[in-house]
Design a protein around this ligand. Sequence first.
Ligand SMILES: [Mg+2]
Length: 232
Amino acid sequence: MIQIVGVDADDTLWDEASAFDWAETKFVDSVASWCGDPDVRAHLRALHYSLLDRVGYGPAGYRTALRYFCDDRVPTQFREAAADLVQIICDDLDKAAVAPLAGVEKALEQLSRSFPLILLSKGDEKHQRRKLEASGLSWAFRDVRIVREKTASIYRETFGDVPAAMIGNSIRSDILPALEAGAFGLYVPFHRTSPLEQAEPPLGHDRFREFSTLQGAADWLCAYPEGRQGQR
Ligand SMILES: [Mg+2]
C-alpha cells in the first residue's frame, strides 16, 4: 500500500514558468539592442545552465547569471542601465504573486485526508518557503523539504522504506529519480516545461502514470487497490 506521497511545488501547485518567461523576455528585449547579439536568449540560457552548480535554482541564482551576462557581453556604456534592469526584473521575480493552479486546493484536501504529504521542491530554501506560505497551501503538508537537486538518494531519504508516490510536472526531477528510488512517479505535465527539466517520459514503466491534472493523480491514488482511502 502507498503510505506517503511527495508533491512538487513549482508548476505543479502554482505557475512558476510564466514568471521566468516574463523575466527572460524583458531582459532579452532590452539587452539585445545594447549588445548587438541576435541570440541573447540562447547565450543567456547557456550561461545560466553552466552556473547552476554554483548558483543554484531560483531567483538568486538567476540574478547572478544576469549580472555575469551583463559583465561579459554588454558594452561598458550600457552596463549601468543593464544593472538597473537586472535589479528591477529580479526584484519583481522575488515578489511575484503565487496563486494555486485551478483545482489544486481541492486535490490537496483529498490527498491530505488519505496520506501524509511531503512538499519536495528544489531551489533556494527561503524563496521556496516564502512561495509556499504565499500560496496558502502550507496546511496540506506534513513536512517540507527544499533540496539542491532531486536525486534518487533524496527520494530514498525522504520516503524511507515505505511504498511511496511522487507527483510532479518534471520527468527529470520528479519522475525518473523517484522511480529509481522505488516509488511511483505520477506525472502531471504543465503547459510549459523549463528547458532545464526536459527528459523523455519512461513510457511502459510499471510505476509510471500520467494525469492531466493534480486531481486526476489524487483520484488515482485514493482508488489505488491498496490505497488508504478515507484514513488520516
Ligand atoms: Mg516543478
